[in-house]
Design a protein around this ligand. Structure first.
Ligand code: NAD
Length: 384
């Protein structure tokens, strides 16, 4: 019998939804590169349900009960008195999500001698101290590709939201006005602009593909250059580093994993090298920026807009500078947790648990740390 602590975001303030806007979600049969979608032996939820909150429990309550395991589900995750920290001490498995991350620091890992598996229901395991996990022999796994397209759609939406200046126009309409000049004094077409992505992994490539029909000039940088064939197919210009990319584009979309090489990448110096009036969309991680430097660049006009859904910490304090900085189109961390994405990452979480309990190999694309070292996707993402 194992004990699992699952940390999920709280239920909707009006309670768990009795019904949904749509009756079903499309079935995705494989990912764009042909790799296999999550394939657990079965599922105990209806795709399209809200699974990522406490009552949803990733559709896994019955699975844990049937296996005779103990499951604790909580949203109370921060501070030494939190339910997470109290329950962690004898947990074998921790499941968390980047949207509402249970920060698994070295101190917390030290308090959890039984911990064997840290599972991310989603993508991005930077909320786990990966060095400490390696030292302790803890397996870290995530549901690679489960929400990559969800995030790519959000990034494209936010690029258009910023460049077309959607937010002020919506505000004028909702508040009863018709102030055309106020709406458009900050609005441009995306057509003809230089648009670049930092990291052309699963999400970055999906963003490039989706932007091509807008007749923009596409650019990218990545520590692993794409093959000449793929570059040609995407019609994209490679830059050897972030510095070269950001001074060559009007819009930057950030898709790099968070680790030492990318932490605080967008600081005052890098922002100062960008074209005046650039836009940044960041759906990667908030810590890849210096928040105060972003806010200052918006105030000075060096940046024309900033959008994204990732912050640090999460949830951010009420006085976080990004809540009030000008020309922002921030959302809470939602891009990868649409109802569509939840069905995939809940199924993938179950697939990983089935392998773990059966003692069989976890798919390499799901692995971040195993056997005391970075493994699978982790070895490609979290080191240069
Ligand atoms: P991926 O593993 O497919 O791609 C990561 C890419 O980053 C790889 O191509 C890798 O070579 C490249 N890379 C690594 N270090 C780099 C560096 N220093 N500079 C430039 N490129 C570098 O991952 P993905 O599915 O595309 O996800 C990327 C990131 O997006 C995740 O690590 C996660 O932090 C974030 N994410 C956010 C959400 C969300 O809800 N907002 C959801 C999923 C993922």
């Amino acid at each position: 019998m194992a004990k699992c602590v699952m940390v999920l975001y709280p239920d909707p303030v009006d309670g768990y939804p009795p019904k949904y806007a749509r009756d079903s979600i499309p079935t995705i049969k494989s990912y764009p590169d042909g790799s296999t979608v999550p394939s657990p032996s079965s599922i105990d939820f209806t795709p399209g349900e809200l699974l990522g909150c406490v009552s949803g429990a990733l559709g896994l309550r019955k699975f844990f009960e049937d296996g005779g395991h103990e499951l604790v589900v909580t949203s109370d995750k921060d501070g030494p008195d939190s339910e997470f920290e109290r329950e962690l001490v004898d947990a074998d498995i921790v499941i968390s999500q980047p949207f509402w991350p249970a920060y698994l620091t070295k101190e917390r890992i030290d308090k959890a001698p039984n911990l064997k598996l840290a599972l991310t229901a989603g993508i991005g395991s930077d909320h786990v101290d990966l060095d400490a996990a390696q030292q302790r022999g803890i397996t870290v796994a995530e549901v690679t590709y489960s929400n990559s397209i969800s995030v790519a759609e959000h990034a494209v939406m936010q690029i258009l939201t910023l460049v077309r200046s959607f937010v002020p126009s919506h505000r004028w309409a909702a508040e009863g006005g018709w102030n055309i000049a106020d709406c458009v004094e900050h609005a441009y077409d995306l057509e003809g602009m230089d648009v670049g992505v930092i990291a052309a992994g699963r999400i970055g490539r999906a963003v490039l593909r989706r932007l091509a029909p807008f007749d923009v000039n596409l650019h990218y940088t990545d520590t692993r250059r794409l093959s000449p064939d793929v570059e040609k197919q995407l019609n994209v210009t490679f830059h050897p580093d972030v510095e070269s990319l950001v001074r060559s584009v009007d819009v930057v979309s950030v898709h790099s994993p968070l680790y030492d090489a990318t932490r605080q990448m967008f600081n005052e110096r890098l922002l100062g090298t960008m074209r005046r009036g650039s836009y940044i969309v960041n759906t990667a991680r908030g810590e890849e920026t210096v928040p105060e430097a972003i806010a200052a660049a918006l105030r000075s006009g060096q940046l024309a807009g900033y959008a994204g859904d990732v912050w640090y910490p999460q949830p951010p304090p009420a006085d976080h500078p990004w809540r009030t900085m000008p020309n922002n189109a921030m959302t809470p961390h939602v891009s990868g947790t649409t109802l569509s994405a939840q069905a995939r990452y809940a199924a993938g979480t179950r697939e990983i648990l089935e392998s773990f309990f059966a003692g069989t190999t976890i798919r390499p694309e799901y692995l971040i740390v195993e056997g005391g070292k970075l493994a699978g996707t982790g070895a490609l993402s979290y080191q240069k």
